[in-house]
Design a protein around this ligand. Structure first.
Ligand SMILES: Nc1ncnc2c1ncn2[C@@H]1O[C@H](COP(=O)(O)OP(=O)(O)OP(=O)(O)O)[C@@H](O)[C@H]1O
Length: 530
């Protein structure tokens, strides 16, 4: 069992790549996930890996971290052949991965998480908790991570948990860290703090492989970028030499494909269109207060806000997941029984939940079963579910949402992350809802598919429905007919088309009224602040 290695970080004097993978091929049944793929990351380098959903990025990560074996290919870590498959200690002394979903255990303290499985030198010796906390404090100080070792992991913020994971990885001796969509659950401030920490560590010689669908983050953080497309390596280039359009072109294989920067075509919602979703005086203690909002037929409204703004809880309340203390919600004039999911479903509310793993999918079940979970009543007579009808229904959803899967019977666990997200959206749309509440709906979805999904929500509105997009992603919000910003549980301004990133970001940060010109730094992907 490995003990703590708190070797100080050194500069990047040795030019041997931390990873050099060549000719990597990996198949899952008939699916070729990687074909003759390669990647090289230099010490102290911040290297991005980008590609559309299903391009093979996560498969590469699982091979680089020893979770999966390639069918063929060569993998060198710091110039040495990769450890034997299954030799966990050897693998984690060379490479670690911080995933979007944290691997720390919420019920345990930071110190316990850091030394999990290596608390005591000998299994027979009792664990000395005081000593453990002291070692944890030393370790955190070494990497300048400001977290209390005695705090329960579940009480930490998402990025603090990531810092603990990074410190744990470094303590095993690894100087190469893979970050797989690390910003997906962070708000703007969290992203800033994570990037600051990564830059600090990079200066100390730590190398990163950074995977993100937010291309602006690639430009902000990385010096080189590798693009995969359809299981193959397409190019590796210095970030500074590859413009945004060329990068998207490499990812999609289509020239001049655009990336959402041109913005959606503006539609006008009739001024006398009836309110389909009406929220009045809603209050949920600890989350939001006195919120009133109407979404009219044909309208897509953005509900913007940072992590603690209350926007997510408000969206979830509409879908029946929380019972507010005061206020009313009506859908097409009918009052909802609040805090009751079946009642919201029956009224025609479809939900794209925030966390597809916790609230969205049964991953061991098929794409067909997951996509039709909310419409089983339409799949056969007298409460029966006909497999043929389920498959046909699912097939339509697969085509409609461009889900990349070998078939409707494929388990969702075999799909790439972005395609799993599309199944969640498919399920929300399967009921032909009058109201769609979509929480960060493009999470993990590539640039092209993002436009595609947002377009599907527009279609719901075009068919007379009302859509509420709850997000802090400026790309999501840009597609809306109107945006309401929330800050600390209250609405903090309304924005008509033509708003600038700076204006909206300022409102989300509690710094400005609607469309007040403010000098605030913004990024095109996530909201930022000054
Ligand atoms: N365990 C598995 N069984 C079967 N197929 C799999 C499995 N894991 C991945 N695949 C398939 O391999 C291909 C590559 O998937 P991978 O998860 O590596 O893509 P990705 O680039 O990480 O996508 P995303 O951006 O959506 O996360 C996909 O077609 C996926 O469905």
């Amino acid at each position: 069992m490995a003990d703590t290695v708190t070797a100080p970080l050194a500069g990047a004097a040795d030019p041997t790549p931390v990873v050099e993978a060549t000719g990597i091929t990996k198949r899952f049944g008939a699916t070729v996930a990687l074909h003759d793929a390669r990647i090289t990351v230099a010490p102290g380098e911040s290297h991005a890996l980008v590609g559309r959903n299903g391009a093979g990025k996560s498969t590469l990560v699982s091979i680089l971290t020893g979770i999966q074996q390639p069918d063929s290919g060569t993998l060198l870590l710091s110039g040495s052949p990769a450890p034997a498959f299954g030799d966990t200690d050897a693998w984690r002394s060379r490479v670690a991965c911080v995933y979007q979903r944290s691997t720390v255990i919420g019920e345990l303290t930071v110190a316990e998480n850091l030394f999990l499985g290596r608390q005591s030198q000998s299994a027979l010796r009792p664990i000395r908790w005081k000593e453990l906390r002291r070692r944890a404090a030393d370790l955190l100080a070494e990497y300048r991570v400001e977290v209390d070792p005695a705090a329960r992991a579940q009480d930490l913020t998402v990025e603090q948990r990531q810092f603990v994971e990074i410190a744990r990885a470094l303590s095993f001796g690894s100087r190469f860290i893979i970050l797989d969509e690390p910003t997906a659950k962070l708000d703007a401030r969290g992203i800033d703090r994570l990037f600051t920490k990564l830059r600090q560590l990079q200066e100390q010689g730590v190398a990163f492989l950074f995977i993100s669908h937010h291309l602006q983050e690639v430009y902000d953080l990385c010096s080189s970028v590798t693009v995969y497309r359809d299981a193959r390596h397409i190019l590796t280039a210095p970030v500074a030499e590859l413009g945004h359009e060329a990068l998207v072109e490499a990812m999609t294989g289509e020239s001049g494909s655009g990336s959402g920067s041109s913005g959606p075509t503006r539609r006008t919602v009739a001024a006398d269109a009836p309110g389909v979703l009406e929220i009045s005086g809603l209050e949920l203690p600890g989350a939001y207060t006195e919120v009133s909002l109407t979404v009219r037929s044909g309208e897509v409204v953005g509900l913007a806000g940072a992590t603690a703004s209350g926007n997510v809880r408000l969206g979830e309340t509409v879908a029946g997941l929380h019972r507010p203390q005061a206020g009313r919600i009506t859908v097409a004039g009918r009052e909802l029984r609040t805090g009751d999911v079946p009642s919201a479903l029956a009224a025609g509310v479809g939900l794209v939940p925030e966390d597809r793993h916790l609230q969205g999918l049964v991953t061991e079940r098929s794409v067909a079963e997951n996509a039709t979970l909310t419409v089983t009543d339409q799949l056969g007579p007298y409460g029966t579910v006909l497999p043929s009808r389920t498959r046909a229904f699912a097939q339509r959803m697969i085509e409609d949402l461009d889900i990349k899967t070998p078939g409707a019977a494929t388990p969702v666990s075999a799909l790439s992350g972005g395609n799993q997200q599309k199944v969640v959206v498919a399920r929300a749309l399967a009921t032909r809802p009058r109201v769609v509440v979509a929480i960060r709906p493009t999470n993990g979805v590539d640039v092209k598919s993002k436009e595609f999904l947002l377009d599907r929500f527009q279609q719901v509105a075009d068919d007379g429905g009302a859509v509420l997009i709850v997000s802090d992603e400026l790309d999501d919000l840009r597609s809306c007919d109107r945006v309401v910003a929330m800050f600390h549980g209250r609405t903090a301004g309304e924005f008509q088309p033509g708003w600038t990133d700076e204006q909206l970001v300022a409102a989300m940060e509690g710094m400005a009224g609607p469309q007040d010109p403010h000098k605030v730094k913004g990024t095109p992907s996530h909201a930022s602040h000054d």
